[in-house]
Design a protein around this ligand. Structure first.
Ligand code: NAD
Length: 490
């Protein structure tokens, strides 16, 4: 089969992409993907199982060495062509992101633009020397290091930024010389298959990349059981990540975890309140709060607390909730209707323990209205648990020292933000915050293709982006060279 999908009764039926072929699954089973904004059937997608996973791993294993030995100029050309293909398909992929994941156009366009930069970043990164030389003790001897691909890497991706996050794994693993098997989220399989379309059209040698949507537990078990898969790169919830980390430990596979967060944004008393409100609103309401690094806790110093709360609640209430296809919509649907009950549970628990509901806490179908709580304390579930929706807590703090203490009183540690003009306090906080990323005079939401993205504590381990991913995705080898003969003691 040469096409990614066939139209059947007006609905696209997507195939799997295995070893460079678009193919139905052996069981010929499909799932239905619905548009979270409307509930309408959007696509049917073939479901891979154990046999397809095995085939994908075999193809990646057979092809990665030849790929790594291909001249860097030829490998680089594939990435540059992929960037061009992506640019040509930008409209199609943006529309899929809107229809499949409920993204507004701005968020979908951001994902596509990011991946364009990512492909070009990876092309450049492949030309950098990844090794070093070192003097050694034996006379006439020196050492050097090289980086070699691991072989086959598998990626498990989430639904919320399904193109960007899966692309980051695919692109940097291939750039490091590996073969790759991608299991996209069951909520966004078509977006995952679009990655295969891009690389197929760009002429990536067949076998190096397979994209296999399907039942998570079945494909996961097949990936973990296969000794040829040397690394798994996971992005998703802490609940799933913790479970999979145990499986990775059992089979001694390298494993990187990008997981959830409860990221604090600290606003000190000298901040420009209007700027802080804008930053905080973007940091929680972007993609209706379904962002791992969302500032779901906002810690505001006493002197500006009341003014901040009043203006922030006014902004929250002004945001249009509705169909993401409408250009002025800011808050689209949540991916799962069941998430509304999770958020309701957090809000009800907080209010019952004394928090003040400033706005929101209403929902209809899969839409949840922007919700703001103040007076949240650490005995409330919402202080600790990820809501993954458009809801945030504003917490009053005495000074930057109390802000640091409260900010760190969580098991998560992904991102943090600090808004102040006081450089000393900003740096004290940047050094003291227990998170993998800190943004000064900005909200907590930020990512670029070449930066070391990642968290500490229950937000995960390992870093993703540019050379940092490529280091995680390669084996470091130490080689020594003896110039002349070495004197041995025996
Ligand atoms: P999830 O944990 O439900 O699913 C993530 C992926 O794991 C999906 O592809 C799913 O199919 C797969 N999976 C589930 N069980 C599996 C199994 N037994 N074997 C193999 N794969 C399995 O997460 P989600 O709801 O898709 O995403 C939201 C979560 O992801 C949030 O917690 C969010 O904070 C986190 N996230 C983190 C980052 C980051 O970079 N730190 C980025 C985006 C999202």
């Amino acid at each position: 089969m040469s096409a990614s999908f066939e139209m059947i009764n007006g609905i696209p039926n997507y195939n799997l992409y295995i070893a460079g072929q678009w193919t139905r699954s052996l069981r010929n089973e499909t799932t239905e993907s619905t548009n979270p904004a409307t509930g309408e059937l959007f696509a049917r997608v073939q479901q891979a199982g154990v046999a397809e996973t095995e085939k994908a791993i075999t193809a990646a294993h057979k092809s990665y060495k030849a790929w790594f030995e291909t001249p860097v100029s030829a490998r680089e050309a594939v990435f540059l062509r992929a960037a061009d293909v992506l640019a040509a398909k930008a409209k199609d992929i943006t529309e899929v992101l809107v229809a499949e994941s409920g993204s507004v156009f701005g968020k979908a366009g951001f994902e596509v633009g990011y991946c364009f930069d990512l492909l070009r970043t990876a092309a450049a990164e492949m030309r950098r020397s990844p090794g070093e030389t070192m003097p050694l003790t034996a006379p006439g001897q020196f050492g050097f290091t090289i980086r070699q691909p691991l072989g086959v890497i598998a990626g498990i991706a989430p639904f919320n930024a399904p193109f960007l996050l899966a692309m980051k794994k695919v692109v940097l693993a291939l750039a490091a010389g590996n073969g790759f098997v991608l299991k996209p989220s069951e909520l966004t399989p078509v977006t995952g298959l679009k990655i295969a379309e891009v690389f197929d059209e760009a002429g990536l040698p067949h076998g190096l990349l397979s994209v296999i949507p399907g039942p998570a537990a079945e494909i996961g078990a097949a990936i973990f059981a296969d000794p040829r898969v040397r690394m798994i790169t996971f992005t998703g919830s802490t609940h799933t990540g913790r479970m999979l980390a145990v499986e990775a430990a059992k089979t001694l596979k390298r494993f990187t975890l990008e997981m959830g967060g409860k990221s604090p944004l600290i606003v000190l008393g000298d901040a420009d309140v209007d700027y802080a409100v804008k930053a905080a609103a973007f940091g929680i309401f972007f993609h209706q709060g379904q962002v791992c690094m969302a500032n779901s806790r906002i810690l505001v110093e006493e002197p500006i607390f009341d003014a901040f709360c009043e203006r922030f609640a006014a902004v929250a209430q002004s945001l249009k909730v509705g169909d993401p296809r409408e250009p002025d919509t800011v808050i689209g649907p949540l991916i799962r209707g069941t998430q509304c009950a999770v958020i309701d549970g957090h809000v009800e628990d907080a209010v019952s323990k004394g928090a003040k509901l400033m706005c929101g806490a209403t929902h209809k179908d899969q839409y949840y209205w922007p919700t703001v709580l103040s007076g949240v304390t650490s005995d409330m579930r919402i202080f600790h648990e990820e809501s993954f929706g458009p809801v945030t807590s504003i917490i009053k703090v005495r000074d930057h020292e109390e802000a640091l203490e409260i900010a760190n009183a969580t098991d998560y540690g992904l991102s943090s933000g600090v808004i102040t003009n006081n450089m000393q306090k900003a740096l004290d906080l940047a050094f003291g915050l227990e998170s993998g990323m800190v943004h000064l005079n900005d909200c907590t939401v930020s990512d670029e293709p070449h930066v070391p993205f990642g968290g500490v504590k229950n937000s995960g381990y390992g870093r993703e982006g540019g050379r940092f991913s490529m280091e995680e995705m390669t084996e470091l080898k130490w080689i020594t060279v003896q110039r002349g003969q070495r004197a041995f003691p025996i």
